[in-house]
Design a protein around this ligand. Sequence first.
Ligand code: C5P
Length: 233
Amino acid sequence: MNKDVIIACDFKSKEEALKFLDKFTDVKPFVKIGMELFYAEGPDIVREIKKRGHKVFLDLKLHDIPNTVEKAMAVLSGLDVDIVNVHAAGTIDMMKAALKGLMRPDGTRPLIIAVTQLTSTDQERMERDLLITGRPIKEVVMHYAVNAKKAGLDGVVCSPLEAAAVHEACGRDFITVTPGIRFADSEKGDQKRVMTPADAAAAGSDYIVVGRPVTGAEDPVKAYKRCVKDFMG
Ligand code: C5P
């Protein structure tokens, strides 16, 4: 079973991201590259971070027609990333196409996980804006997780509070990647429902995604190591 701490490298430029990663000399953390950094710097930032020996979760949340997603995934797979993601709302057909596009000629592929309902979407917005009515949002999240499993995906991004239910519905091997992590003594920022690394581990999270508690720490390497110790035990 894979288990790791992923640092959300939410920086706006290559210079800032690499300056941050330069601080890590004796460890090579798993990093998440999101839309901001990727759109600013393009695929070269992924190549550079991979070259430095980091594993990369490329968080671009693809959502388009199956043919387009399949072809885009083939490009991302060629960047040798370790985890990619899509929106489960793109349908099972789209998720299957994504999986197909990821296959490398040598038979390997990155892990692929699905975003269910974004945590910025609450019950009211889901009903009002998406016209998904008559169901609690948690049921919709679980339905999307089951769809991802049916499509052959490896897991989902979810709250650590949902990790146990996802495992129950989709099996223990189905990966849960969980943001919303805070130390008991750190600022919550804009995150509303948070868990500590140790609690996330107890809740069954397979990977935790940690941003500001590490990137904004006075000593990021120390904060990262604290996270690893708390999460991995
Ligand atoms: O700084 P912080 O620890 O809140 O960063 C969490 C990371 O996880 C950010 O990159 C954020 O975009 C991402 N994320 C999240 N909640 C989700 C999905 C992704 O916080 N539901």
